[in-house]
Design a protein around this ligand. Structure first.
Ligand code: FES
Ligand code: FES
Length: 226
Protein backbone atom coordinates (compact mmCIF):
# COMPACT_ATOMS: atom_id res chain seq x y z
CA UNK A 1 0.00 0.00 0.00
CA UNK A 2 1.43 3.41 -0.95
CA UNK A 3 2.72 5.55 1.89
CA UNK A 4 0.18 8.29 1.24
CA UNK A 5 -2.74 5.92 1.49
CA UNK A 6 -4.18 5.14 4.86
CA UNK A 7 -5.36 1.64 5.62
CA UNK A 8 -9.11 1.23 5.93
CA UNK A 9 -9.72 0.20 9.50
CA UNK A 10 -12.86 -1.80 8.70
CA UNK A 11 -13.46 -3.88 5.61
CA UNK A 12 -15.97 -2.69 3.06
CA UNK A 13 -17.88 -5.93 3.39
CA UNK A 14 -18.22 -5.48 7.11
CA UNK A 15 -19.22 -1.88 6.73
CA UNK A 16 -21.85 -2.52 4.09
CA UNK A 17 -23.20 -5.54 5.92
CA UNK A 18 -23.67 -3.42 8.99
CA UNK A 19 -25.38 -0.67 7.08
CA UNK A 20 -22.89 1.76 8.50
CA UNK A 21 -20.72 4.67 7.58
CA UNK A 22 -17.06 4.34 8.25
CA UNK A 23 -14.37 6.89 7.72
CA UNK A 24 -10.83 6.01 7.04
CA UNK A 25 -8.64 8.46 5.30
CA UNK A 26 -5.32 10.11 4.87
CA UNK A 27 -4.00 11.48 8.10
CA UNK A 28 -6.88 10.37 10.23
CA UNK A 29 -6.48 8.88 13.65
CA UNK A 30 -8.06 5.47 13.89
CA UNK A 31 -10.55 6.84 16.39
CA UNK A 32 -12.10 8.96 13.65
CA UNK A 33 -13.60 5.91 12.02
CA UNK A 34 -17.25 5.49 12.92
CA UNK A 35 -16.89 2.51 15.21
CA UNK A 36 -18.60 1.58 18.38
CA UNK A 37 -17.21 -0.13 21.44
CA UNK A 38 -15.11 -3.16 20.65
CA UNK A 39 -14.61 -2.02 17.08
CA UNK A 40 -18.17 -2.86 16.03
CA UNK A 41 -19.43 -0.55 13.31
CA UNK A 42 -22.25 1.72 14.39
CA UNK A 43 -24.95 3.43 12.30
CA UNK A 44 -24.42 7.06 11.45
CA UNK A 45 -27.15 9.58 10.81
CA UNK A 46 -30.92 9.51 11.09
CA UNK A 47 -32.34 6.28 9.80
CA UNK A 48 -28.91 5.07 8.78
CA UNK A 49 -30.00 1.48 9.18
CA UNK A 50 -32.26 1.78 6.14
CA UNK A 51 -29.79 3.58 3.91
CA UNK A 52 -27.02 1.52 2.34
CA UNK A 53 -23.50 2.81 2.75
CA UNK A 54 -21.34 3.21 -0.31
CA UNK A 55 -17.60 3.14 -0.71
CA UNK A 56 -16.05 6.18 -2.33
CA UNK A 57 -12.42 6.96 -3.05
CA UNK A 58 -11.24 10.53 -3.36
CA UNK A 59 -7.91 12.23 -3.69
CA UNK A 60 -7.92 14.99 -1.12
CA UNK A 61 -5.07 17.46 -1.18
CA UNK A 62 -2.96 14.94 -3.03
CA UNK A 63 -3.60 12.03 -0.69
CA UNK A 64 -5.86 9.07 -1.23
CA UNK A 65 -8.92 8.88 0.98
CA UNK A 66 -11.11 5.79 1.07
CA UNK A 67 -14.47 6.16 2.76
CA UNK A 68 -17.64 4.19 3.21
CA UNK A 69 -20.43 6.67 3.58
CA UNK A 70 -24.12 7.05 4.00
CA UNK A 71 -25.14 8.18 0.52
CA UNK A 72 -26.67 11.34 2.01
CA UNK A 73 -23.36 12.67 3.34
CA UNK A 74 -22.34 15.87 1.62
CA UNK A 75 -18.82 16.45 0.41
CA UNK A 76 -18.52 19.14 3.08
CA UNK A 77 -19.46 16.75 5.86
CA UNK A 78 -17.18 14.07 4.45
CA UNK A 79 -14.30 16.53 4.57
CA UNK A 80 -15.08 17.98 7.97
CA UNK A 81 -16.57 15.08 9.91
CA UNK A 82 -14.87 12.08 8.33
CA UNK A 83 -11.52 13.43 7.16
CA UNK A 84 -11.27 16.04 9.91
CA UNK A 85 -10.35 18.75 7.42
CA UNK A 86 -12.20 21.54 9.17
CA UNK A 87 -10.78 24.40 7.14
CA UNK A 88 -13.82 24.35 4.88
CA UNK A 89 -16.59 26.04 6.84
CA UNK A 90 -20.28 25.32 7.12
CA UNK A 91 -22.05 28.65 6.98
CA UNK A 92 -25.54 28.17 5.60
CA UNK A 93 -25.43 24.51 4.46
CA UNK A 94 -27.74 25.65 1.65
CA UNK A 95 -25.37 26.77 -1.10
CA UNK A 96 -25.91 30.43 -0.34
CA UNK A 97 -22.78 31.71 1.42
CA UNK A 98 -19.75 30.08 -0.21
CA UNK A 99 -17.99 29.35 3.10
CA UNK A 100 -17.70 25.69 2.10
CA UNK A 101 -16.09 26.34 -1.30
CA UNK A 102 -13.48 23.79 -2.33
CA UNK A 103 -12.04 22.83 -5.68
CA UNK A 104 -12.99 19.57 -7.37
CA UNK A 105 -10.82 18.68 -10.33
CA UNK A 106 -9.70 22.29 -10.39
CA UNK A 107 -13.15 23.85 -10.43
CA UNK A 108 -14.81 25.41 -7.42
CA UNK A 109 -17.90 23.90 -5.90
CA UNK A 110 -19.93 24.64 -2.81
CA UNK A 111 -19.28 21.39 -1.03
CA UNK A 112 -22.48 21.55 1.03
CA UNK A 113 -24.54 21.08 -2.13
CA UNK A 114 -22.91 17.98 -3.53
CA UNK A 115 -22.91 14.45 -2.20
CA UNK A 116 -19.58 12.84 -1.43
CA UNK A 117 -20.44 9.60 -3.20
CA UNK A 118 -20.84 11.54 -6.45
CA UNK A 119 -17.10 12.22 -6.47
CA UNK A 120 -15.56 8.82 -6.96
CA UNK A 121 -12.01 9.35 -8.20
CA UNK A 122 -12.20 13.12 -8.04
CA UNK A 123 -9.37 15.33 -6.87
CA UNK A 124 -10.47 17.65 -4.10
CA UNK A 125 -8.45 20.63 -2.93
CA UNK A 126 -9.34 22.33 0.32
CA UNK A 127 -7.72 25.29 2.02
CA UNK A 128 -5.43 22.83 3.81
CA UNK A 129 -4.08 21.73 0.43
CA UNK A 130 -3.19 25.19 -0.84
CA UNK A 131 -0.41 26.12 1.52
CA UNK A 132 1.04 25.73 4.98
CA UNK A 133 1.63 28.33 7.70
CA UNK A 134 5.31 28.34 6.75
CA UNK A 135 4.72 28.28 3.04
CA UNK A 136 1.55 30.15 2.20
CA UNK A 137 -0.09 29.93 -1.19
CA UNK A 138 0.23 33.32 -2.95
CA UNK A 139 -3.51 33.88 -2.49
CA UNK A 140 -3.24 33.19 1.25
CA UNK A 141 -0.29 35.56 1.53
CA UNK A 142 -2.18 38.25 -0.37
CA UNK A 143 -5.19 37.93 1.93
CA UNK A 144 -2.90 38.43 4.90
CA UNK A 145 -1.14 41.38 3.27
CA UNK A 146 -4.38 43.11 2.33
CA UNK A 147 -6.41 42.28 5.43
CA UNK A 148 -8.83 40.28 3.34
CA UNK A 149 -10.66 39.05 6.40
CA UNK A 150 -11.79 39.99 9.88
CA UNK A 151 -13.32 37.05 11.74
CA UNK A 152 -11.92 34.67 9.12
CA UNK A 153 -14.93 32.40 8.92
CA UNK A 154 -15.56 32.98 5.23
CA UNK A 155 -11.87 33.15 4.39
CA UNK A 156 -11.07 29.54 3.40
CA UNK A 157 -13.95 29.63 0.93
CA UNK A 158 -12.96 33.06 -0.32
CA UNK A 159 -9.39 31.94 -0.93
CA UNK A 160 -10.37 28.71 -2.69
CA UNK A 161 -12.81 30.68 -4.78
CA UNK A 162 -10.24 33.35 -5.55
CA UNK A 163 -7.75 30.78 -6.79
CA UNK A 164 -10.39 29.15 -8.97
CA UNK A 165 -11.63 32.53 -10.27
CA UNK A 166 -8.21 33.36 -11.66
CA UNK A 167 -8.14 29.93 -13.25
CA UNK A 168 -11.54 30.57 -14.85
CA UNK A 169 -10.43 33.91 -16.26
CA UNK A 170 -7.21 32.40 -17.54
CA UNK A 171 -9.20 29.65 -19.22
CA UNK A 172 -11.33 32.27 -20.97
CA UNK A 173 -14.57 31.34 -19.25
CA UNK A 174 -16.84 34.40 -19.48
CA UNK A 175 -18.92 35.74 -16.63
CA UNK A 176 -22.16 37.72 -16.54
CA UNK A 177 -20.20 40.97 -16.78
CA UNK A 178 -17.67 40.00 -19.43
CA UNK A 179 -17.96 42.83 -21.94
CA UNK A 180 -16.50 41.11 -24.98
CA UNK A 181 -17.28 37.43 -25.24
CA UNK A 182 -15.00 37.06 -28.24
CA UNK A 183 -11.93 38.45 -26.49
CA UNK A 184 -10.03 36.78 -23.67
CA UNK A 185 -11.55 37.65 -20.28
CA UNK A 186 -9.60 40.28 -18.40
CA UNK A 187 -8.91 40.48 -14.69
CA UNK A 188 -10.91 43.57 -13.84
CA UNK A 189 -12.51 44.61 -10.58
CA UNK A 190 -15.92 44.02 -12.14
CA UNK A 191 -14.96 40.48 -13.15
CA UNK A 192 -13.60 39.68 -9.71
CA UNK A 193 -16.60 41.10 -7.88
CA UNK A 194 -19.04 39.28 -10.16
CA UNK A 195 -17.24 35.95 -9.96
CA UNK A 196 -16.78 36.24 -6.20
CA UNK A 197 -20.41 37.23 -5.61
CA UNK A 198 -21.26 33.77 -4.30
CA UNK A 199 -18.84 34.16 -1.42
CA UNK A 200 -20.43 36.27 1.28
CA UNK A 201 -18.51 38.01 4.04
CA UNK A 202 -20.46 39.15 7.07
CA UNK A 203 -17.47 41.27 8.09
CA UNK A 204 -17.56 43.18 4.82
CA UNK A 205 -13.94 42.64 3.80
CA UNK A 206 -14.89 42.76 0.15
CA UNK A 207 -12.69 45.61 -1.05
CA UNK A 208 -9.62 44.06 0.59
CA UNK A 209 -10.47 40.67 -0.89
CA UNK A 210 -10.63 42.24 -4.35
CA UNK A 211 -7.25 43.89 -3.72
CA UNK A 212 -5.73 40.56 -2.71
CA UNK A 213 -7.05 38.69 -5.74
CA UNK A 214 -6.02 41.52 -8.04
CA UNK A 215 -2.50 41.40 -6.72
CA UNK A 216 -2.20 37.65 -7.24
CA UNK A 217 -3.45 38.19 -10.78
CA UNK A 218 -0.52 40.52 -11.33
CA UNK A 219 -2.50 43.72 -11.13
CA UNK A 220 -1.37 46.88 -9.44
CA UNK A 221 -2.79 47.46 -6.01
CA UNK A 222 -1.96 49.86 -3.26
CA UNK A 223 -1.61 48.70 0.28
CA UNK A 224 -4.10 50.18 2.71
CA UNK A 225 -2.77 52.70 5.14
CA UNK A 226 -3.36 52.36 8.86
FE1 FES B 1 -22.09 25.82 1.64
FE2 FES B 1 -22.97 28.12 2.72
S1 FES B 1 -22.14 26.35 3.74
S2 FES B 1 -22.73 27.62 0.62
FE1 FES C 1 -15.78 37.48 8.83
FE2 FES C 1 -15.70 37.21 6.16
S1 FES C 1 -14.06 37.72 7.51
S2 FES C 1 -17.30 36.67 7.51
Amino acid sequence: MPEDTIDVSITRRAAVAGGTAVAASAGLPRSSAAQGAGGAARPVGVGAGSVPAMPVSLKVNGRAAHLVLDTRVTLLDALREHLHLTGSKKGCDHGQCGACTVMVNGRRVVSCLTLAVMHEGDEVTTIEGLGTPDNLHPMQAAFVKHDGYQCGYCTPGQICSGVAVLGEIKAGIPSHVTADLLAPAQVTEAEIRERMSGNLCRCGAYSNIVEAITEVAGGQTTERQG
